[in-house]
Design a binder for this molecule. Structure first.
Ligand SMILES: C[S@@+](CC[C@H](N)C(=O)[O-])C[C@H]1O[C@@H](n2cnc3c(N)ncnc32)[C@H](O)[C@@H]1O
Length: 333
């Protein structure tokens, strides 16, 4: 089932709380340690970051994720969460509402600031929610009792026993999990899901067409940068096929086309705020790729809204969900 729709019932203005990081503090490595108040059994978690041109980026071993992990970016992810929830209509599409009410175990892979985990944990107090990410962007002290967070790279390790979860949610990890790596991640998700458990994957369309000259120029530089870091391609393609290849059944999905820019009303305006935030977040690494001066890059950003309106830019998001087969389903395949 593929359907196109767009709607906006709820809009949140992003907080412009740019935390002032020292400019030009290039390649200074910092380590952060935090301890979850909810999991006394959990060891102290250690992760590392690197500052580039005033923004903080993850430096977790073997992780290629290219967006920053600082407060400004976490604020953007909060905004994006509310945007996605409105566009998709809810926090998940898998048919497991009664199970969530009764109490199940849920994992959010690449959870970012943990907004999805925290909200779901509040809405479904009988279920247990775990988030995993290479960076600690979640609240480390105050959060719902039924939520927990773990640091880890979902490509090289998903540190959970086989058959642990009833539902795994993964959203917008395409800048950290390459097209080539996606099958490995799906393998691990399949492994940690219980038979009959559900996975839901939300990603930006990999075959995205940028209609304007400036946005094409920007995204070509992003793709070039991803390739330089060892990504064959950074954006996930053929999600449906990958899910099928991983052995999942009952695959379903939707595609949502979202206007980018004020030509698309309030939804387009908020989405543009989100996307321009991502461009600003990528500036420290993409501006050198473009060989642009500060003024050149600023002019690119300043001109994008007009271009988006002129070409009526849109972006597609996909959501695909599927089930790990039960032994009976495997027998009757
Ligand atoms: C665009 S954010 C999305 C965050 C969250 N899923 C959401 O939708 O709000 C992508 C997140 O994936 C995380 N990530 C990317 N690659 C990862 C990897 N290989 N292992 C663990 N986390 C990863 C990043 O650190 C970042 O927090």
């Amino acid at each position: 089932m593929l359907s196109f729709f767009s709607r906006l019932k709820w809009v949140r203005k992003s907080k412009k709380t740019q935390s002032s990081k020292k400019k030009d503090e290039i390649s200074k490595v910092s380590s952060r340690t935090s301890e979850s108040t909810n999991s006394s059994s959990q060891p102290k978690i250690q992760t590392s970051s690197v500052y580039t041109n005033g923004r903080r980026f993850q430096a977790y071993k073997d992780c290629n994720y290219i967006l920053p992990n600082d407060d400004t970016e976490i604020d953007r992810l909060h905004l994006e969460h509310w945007l996605m929830k409105n566009v998709l209509g809810r926090n998940f599409s898998v048919p497991i509402e009664p199970e969530l009410d009764r109490g199940i175990k849920v994992l959010d892979a690449g959870c970012g600031g943990g907004t999805w985990v925290l909200e779901m944990a509040n809405e479904y107090p009988n279920s247990d929610f775990t988030g995993i990410d290479v960076s600690v962007g979640w609240p480390t002290e105050i959060r719902p009792r039924n939520s927990d967070f773990v640091v880890g790279n979902i490509v090289s390790e998903l540190p959970f026993e086989d058959n642990t979860f009833d539902f795994v949610y993964m959203r917008l990890v395409g800048m950290g999990v390459s097209n080539d790596e996606y099958p490995t991640v799906l393998y691990h998700i399949y492994r940690v899901l219980k038979p009959g458990g559900w996975v839901e994957l939300v990603e930006v369309d990999g075959a995205q067409v940028y209609r304007g000259r400036r946005s094409s120029q920007f995204w070509n530089a992003v793709l070039q940068y991803l390739k330089m870091r060892g990504f064959k391609t950074g954006i996930v393609k053929d999600l449906y096929q990958k899910v099928e290849d991983a052995g999942f059944v009952n695959i379903d999905g939707m595609r949502v086309r979202i206007p980018l820019g004020t030509w698309g009303g309030k939804l387009g305006e908020v989405f543009e705020e989100d996307v321009l935030g991502a461009y600003r977040s990528l500036r420290p690494v993409i501006q050198p790729m473009l060989n642009f001066s500060d003024d050149d890059f600023q002019s690119l950003l300043d001109n994008l809204p007009a271009e988006n309106n002129e070409v009526r830019q849109e972006m597609n998001w996909f959501s695909n969900w599927a089930q790990k087969p039960t032994p009976e389903q495997i027998r009757f395949r």
